[in-house]
Design a protein around this ligand. Structure first.
Ligand SMILES: Nc1ncnc2c1ncn2[C@@H]1O[C@H](COP(=O)(O)OP(=O)(O)OP(=O)(O)O)[C@@H](O)[C@H]1O
Ligand SMILES: O=P(O)(O)OC[C@H]1O[C@H](OP(=O)(O)OP(=O)(O)O)[C@H](O)[C@@H]1O
Ligand SMILES: O=C(O)c1cccnc1
Length: 488
């Protein structure tokens, strides 16, 4: 059995094929050619009408520390890489440019969320980690936003750590869930690391440990003044709620009786009955917290049944993105330098028109109507274009081109921001509260039709005429090359 090596860098947090490709480029002296990659997903998860971008903070940390450690090099030597290539890898750091949308940005299918412009080898080596980070965090931020949309103005507490896919998923998932609209987390480490408010009630084990609810609630209240009593350990309506009321009355102002938590049974029925009991006992402000495998569907359903629930505790289905465990974002080469130093656009063709990549260095704009302040759609242009220079913008569907409109009163907001320039960080990460606020504020830009959770309208993500023409030319060129090959 091989000796365990120090886990002292993230540079090997990549797929083997990236290192093999980097080796090929290096041997062929292609490794320093400039390359442009776009990171994007094709389909919005959960059949939602929008996604919320998250992951940039971790990407920044990863890029800043991107370097092969001595143990990385030792391991690569052990698995067969030669010293000449390893000598090159020892020198690799990220020296290129990255632009990205900001965390909390509303994002849609087929638009670049992040663009890497770097030496071919550097850009290739970081692909896997970037996808790993952004795929997960964007997925969870989007799921949290759906849950928050269902809860509306009510509070959502994030309870997922115990069910998350291990430590990193819990921590970064919690952060993404906060961006998407959760108010707090039960994960104390996430509170320490990110400043997310921590909150919690207590478990059934407390009641079981003291055997009866009365003693358990009293003992708990001696040290914990903000009390939410869990009332469903034995019999919610005959034992749990009456005991919580009794203890709250006995302790009076000595505690801050926030309310009760229901964690099983018919949450609509039990919450209505419990509400009445609390009101009748003189606790109209006491809150009812509910948990138990909740998600946006159950929350909406419970609300439709008139459930008297004030606060939603959501764990498993949020942190694991239960109904869609992967976002499916990809990283595609959009342009590469040729032997004369000229940037040449590249394209990946597919039988499915939606899967054909869009070549070239591009920018992404959100077209905001200056009269109603709603978004008309997103607009992808070639690097040198600026839609703000045009008095009248033609927006058309990139596949079904007959679907088109002209927009006149608009402001085009650029979505990709410079993050790294020649390897240097040039971006100041906003405070996490500001990111959460930004996500919430951005939702105001969308018509309700794009925000409903069931069968939302498709938000337009269009190409400028020049970008579309360029794509068609590239498709044509590739087809001609293939034809010529077949004939020869
Ligand atoms: N009124 C309701 N309408 C729709 N779904 C509900 C309602 N009440 C509870 N649920 C949801 O139903 C699911 C299962 O609840 P169920 O009552 O069957 O099991 P449980 O309460 O977890 O059982 P146990 O008592 O063994 O813990 C949970 O996801 C819960 O959130
Ligand atoms: O249902 P989720 O959305 O995943 O929310 C988290 C769950 O974790 C706890 O249950 P668990 O059975 O682990 O412990 P308990 O003894 O505190 O109920 C809690 O009571 C919730 O039901
Ligand atoms: O504080 C709570 O009530 C809590 C925390 C984690 C998981 N379930 C519930």
């Amino acid at each position: 059995m091989k000796q365990k090596m120090n886990d002292d860098s993230y540079a090997l947090h990549t797929d083997l094929y990236q290192i093999n490709m980097a080796e090929t480029y290096w041997e062929d002296d292609l490794h320093n050619r400039r390359a442009v990659f776009d990171l994007y997903f094709r389909t919005i998860p959960f059949n939602n009408g929008y996604a919320i971008f998250a992951g940039l903070e971790k990407v920044i940390d990863y890029i800043q520390n991107f370097k092969f450690s001595q143990t990385d090099i030792d391991y690569l030597r052990e698995i067969g890489y030669k010293d000449d290539f390893l000598d090159y890898l020892k020198t690799v750091t990220f020296k290129g440019n990255i632009c990205s949308v900001q965390e909390g940005e509303l994002v849609f299918g087929n638009e670049p969320l992040l663009r890497v412009e770097a030496s071919l080898a550097e850009a290739q080596l970081i692909e896997t980690a970037l996808l790993n980070i952004i795929n997960y965090q964007t997925l969870i931020a989007t799921k949290a936003s759906r849950i928050k949309q269902a809860a509306k103005e009510q509070t959502v507490m994030e309870f997922g750590t115990r069910r998350a896919q291990e430590f990193d998923a819990a921590i970064w998932g919690t952060r993404a869930a906060f961006i998407g609209g959760c108010s707090s987390t039960s994960n104390v480490r996430a509170g320490k690391l990110f400043g997310i408010p921590v909150s919690g009630t207590h478990a059934h084990s407390l009641v079981q440990a003291y055997k009866d609810e009365y003693t358990a609630f009293h003992k708990y209240a001696r040290r914990h003044k903000d009390c939410v009593f869990l009332v469903d350990t034995y019999d919610t309506l005959r034992s749990g709620v009456p005991t919580a009321i009794k203890v709250a009355k006995e302790l009076g102002d000595a505690i801050n009786f926030i309310g009760i938590r229901l964690d099983s049974g018919d949450l609509a029925y039990l919450s209505k009955k419990a509400r009445k009991m609390l009101d009748d006992a003189g606790f109209p402000d006491a809150k009812i917290v509910a948990s138990n495998d909740l998600d946006e569907q159950t929350i909406m359903n419970l609300k439709a049944q008139g459930a008297q629930i004030d606060i939603w505790g959501v764990g498993t289905k949020l942190i694991t993105a239960y109904d869609q465990p992967a976002l499916g974002a990809v990283y595609k080469l959009a342009a590469i330098e040729d032997e004369d130093g000229k940037m040449i656009d590249t394209i990946k063709i597919s039988g499915n028109p939606k899967k054909v990549s869009t070549p070239g260095m591009k920018k992404v704009y959100r077209i905001i109507n200056t009269i109603n302040h709603k978004s008309e759609g997103d607009y992808i242009t070639l690097e040198h274009e600026n839609p703000n220079d045009e008095p009248r913008l033609k927006m058309f569907h990139p596949v079904h081109t007959f679907i088109s409109k002209f927009v006149t009163n608009f402001k085009a907001k650029e979505l990709l921001h410079d993050i790294f320039k020649e390897g240097e960080l040039v971006y100041q990460t906003p405070d996490l509260y500001a990111i959460q606020h930004y996500a919430k504020e951005n939702l105001e830009l969308l018509w309700e039709e794009y925000k409903r959770s069931l069968n939302p309208e498709e938000y337009p993500v269009d190409l400028s005429q020049k970008c579309w023409d360029n794509k068609m030319e590239n498709i044509h060129e590739v087809k001609e090359k293939v034809q010529a090959k077949i004939k020869s």
